[in-house]
Every structure is written in structure tokens, then in C-alpha cells.
Design a protein. Structure first.
Length: 283
């Protein structure tokens, strides 16, 4: 699921990070795509793909594993049987709980990904003299400058994004599946309803938490050039100096990516899960 998500959405994610971190450099999504292609070629859209793959595979593996555990916790809290089907709202709460665990594996890999994606802009703006163009050089730079804890720059803003965001993510996904199922079992849904449901869930997530993600990207990328203030300090600075709309820079590529990538994520997740369940049942 994580692999399908990255392969589908990486160019839009790259545009998102560039526009969030350096909103004055780009007039819009088309301008960002054209300039990126002219300056660094097609490969520029896939900068940070390796850490993005690691991030998404790790995050979604932990997320969906913990989602099952958290569903059981929600069942205990509401006092129902282990096999009782949860409501869409209860599934949303379970997803929100699960995201807190996924954040611990996501934050370090997303920091490396964001820095690679915005490296060219950091050099152009003069914030750094020479950029690190490989995963290993970025990892080494973080360790040398800040130690192992440096990988957790932006942890609080990542948590602020993930916990409420995944409430809307799973809530939107389950609500949409309920709509398409219309009385049937959700497990009987085909790829198109799953794709649309995943896309709807992803869109709900990003609409709800986009300003938080913008601050997270700023903290993770700009901390290469020196120590950044925390979440509230960065938030206030951006609003004062650039205005509220700066918090929504890169929203358009994000929404395109959210629908395509999360649709692919859930189709891959549901079908791979069914395939694995069949294999287990055959033993």
C-alpha cells in the first residue's frame, strides 16, 4: 500500500514541499513543475523517493497493524464483543489512535525526504552553500550536526498533523465505503469504489491539517540552515511575515496527490490483505 502511494503521488508531493517551503519562488503548480523540470530535469520530481518509500512503507505497516489493535481497544472502551463491527466514527477514532504510533517511524524518514526535495531551493536562496544530494549524505549531515535526536525535528507538528488528520482519513474512508456498499458487506466492494473511498479519505485528511503540515515542512527543511523556533514560533512568524495564505502554499498539488495516492494506497492495501488472508486460510 505504501509503495503504491509513493509511486503514484511522489511528483505532486515534491511540488507540495517546494511550494510550502519557498512559496515566493513559484506562482503555482504549473510554474513549479516547469521550473523543476528546467532546473534539475525529470529526476527532480523523484528527489527523496527512497526515504519516501521507506517512510510510507514503515508508516503504513505500523499504521494498519496498530489500527487493528486500536479497533480492539475501542471495542473494550465502548463495551462490545471482539467481533462486533465498529461504526464509521469508532473506526475513525481507532485510526487516530494508531497514527500516534506511526508518527514515531514517519518523522525521521520524512525529514530526510523533505530536505532532499527542497535542497535545490535551499541553495538558490543562499541558506546553504552546498547541498547534500544523496540520502546517505543527508543522514550523515543530520547525525553530525544534531545527533540521532535531529531526526525528530518537527515531531510535535507531525503528531499535530497525524492524530487529528487520521481521524478524518479513516472516517472519510469508512463513510465512503458505507455509501458505496449501501447495505452490502464493505468487503465485497470492487477496485473503483475502493479507489474513490481512499481518495475521499485522503482529501479529508489534507483539507483538515494542511496548515500544520506546512509548518512541519518549514521546520524540517529550514533547520538545515540553523536552529528553528518550535511549532508555535514558526506558525506566528509565517502568519506575521507572509500572511495566512502562505500556510496553504502547495495545496493544489497536495489535493491531486491525496486523491490519486490514497486511492492507490487503499486498493493495494485491501487487495493485498485479502490475498494474504486467503493464503493463511489455506494452511
Amino acid at each position: 500500500g505504501g509503495t503504491a502511494c509513493v509511486v503514484t503521488g511522489q511528483p505532486f508531493d515534491t511540488a507540495k514541499v517546494k511550494m510550502q517551503t519557498f512559496p515566493n519562488m513559484y506562482k503555482g503548480i504549473v510554474d513549479c513543475f516547469v521550473k523543476t523540470y528546467k532546473q534539475v530535469g525529470f529526476r527532480g520530481f523523484y528527489k527523496g523517493t527512497t526515504p519516501a518509500l521507506v517512510a510510507n512503507i514503515a508508516e503504513n505497516s505500523v499504521l494498519f497493524m496498530c489500527y487493528g489493535f486500536c479497533q480492539q481497544i475501542v471495542r473494550r472502551i465502548v463495551g462490545v464483543d471482539r467481533k462486533t463491527k465498529l461504526s464509521d466514527l469508532q473506526n475513525a477514532a481507532a485510526g487516530s489512535f494508531a497514527s500516534a504510533f506511526a508518527t514515531l517511524v514517519l518523522c525521521p524518514t520524512e525529514l530526510v525526504k523533505c530536505r532532499l526535495q527542497a535542497m535545490h531551493e535551499m541553495q538558490l536562496s543562499g541558506k546553504i552553500i552546498q547541498g547534500h544530494n544523496t540520502v546517505w549524505s543527508v543522514v550523515k549531515g543530520v547525525i553530525q550536526k544534531d545527533g540521532p535526536l535531529g531526526f525528530y525535528r518537527g515531531l510535535s507538528s507531525t503528531l499535530l498533523r497525524e492524530v487529528p488528520g487520521y481521524f478524518f482519513f479513516f472516517g472519510g474512508y469508512e463513510l465512503s465505503r458505507t455509501f458505496f456498499a449501501s447495505g452490502r458487506s464493505k468487503d465485497e466492494l470492487g477496485p473503483i469504489p475502493l479507489l474513490l473511498s481512499g481518495g475521499f479519505g485522503g482529501s479529508c485528511l489534507w483539507i483538515a491539517v494542511y496548515p500544520v503540515d506546512c509548518i512541519k515542512s518549514r521546520i524540517q527543511v529550514l533547520s538545515m540552515a540553523g536552529k528553528q523556533t518550535g511549532f508555535m514560533g514558526t506558525f506566528v512568524t509565517v502568519v506575521r511575515t507572509e500572511g495566512v495564505l502562505a500556510l496553504y502554499s502547495g495545496l493544489k498539488p497536495t489535493m491531486i496527490r491525496a486523491f490519486l495516492a490514497n486511492g492507490a494506497l487503499f486498493v493495494a492495501y485491501e487487495y493485498s490483505r485479502k490475498l494474504m488472508m486467503k493464503q493463511i486460510d489455506s494452511y
